[in-house]
Design a protein around this ligand. Sequence first.
Ligand SMILES: [Zn+2]
Length: 319
Amino acid sequence: MQKFVYIVSSPHGGSTLFSHVLGKHPEALNLGEVSFLPKLLALGELCSCGSVLRECKFWGAIFAKYASIVGYDLRHDPYEVTLGDAPKDKRGSGLIDTGQQTQLRFLAMKIRGALDTISVLHAPQSLGLKNVTLPSVSRGVENTLALYETALLVSGKQITVDASKMPRKAAHLYVARPEQVRIIHLTRDGRGVVASRKKYMQVSHAAERWAHYHKLSSRLLERWVPPEHRLRLSYEEFVTQPEESLKSISEWLGVDYAQQYLVFDNAAKSHAAGGNPARFELDGGIRGVDERWRESLTPDELTTFEALAGPQNRAFGYE
Ligand SMILES: [Zn+2]
């Protein structure tokens, strides 16, 4: 049966490399960050194959087929088909389409997001998540599932990998297709994440965002996704024991382990949209645990991290 793998992880959490590796399975297709496709198309961003996304032949075949299903060609009208809200905070490092993400639209997205958070966290489960979900959120989920199906139809593969990392969307996707959607909650030592974000964000804000993100993710995945259909993976474990990690993930997904996972010679043949700029330099393989935070975070910054995110970090096993 076709499966849709969705990765939940914080920014700088290692999802670009992880999704790339998982997508190398002969039956899998790493699509990158599907929720950001409209913006990536509008801004003329590159596919990981090196071609402009709008001109990539691989995506072109998917967009053409998708247009026959949803009625709009994303290459011509990127925002006509909603794949769900995907706001980017100005304090982050993410790309912002300032023509589209106006202050007013950003505010509207924040309000919809807050309402959606209330329904995923607090609506009685007996009501069913679908019945308390905003229509625009439901449309985004349906359109995303249709895009996954189109990508599999066009490629002849069986498994999509989406590294969009949005925890609420993970829950909605799962509830819409529990037999097909599988969630991987990828964690990385919060001190490493904060050290990476320090370039453009205050340490206190980065620590707060990291803790909030993972608290929310854990709560709503526990609420809506049964344990057998979600998997928590530590990025550090993945990079130190990639083969073991990939063996257990393959088994969990019901596919054979593939030698190709760990062969790094033709990243340019992948077609991931969005993600860390490192997606163009993936042929270097897996480089082991990044422990630069031990030098780059000052004692004061570590104290700040501890106050805001220490308990959450230890809950994931980072001492
Ligand atoms: Zn491409």
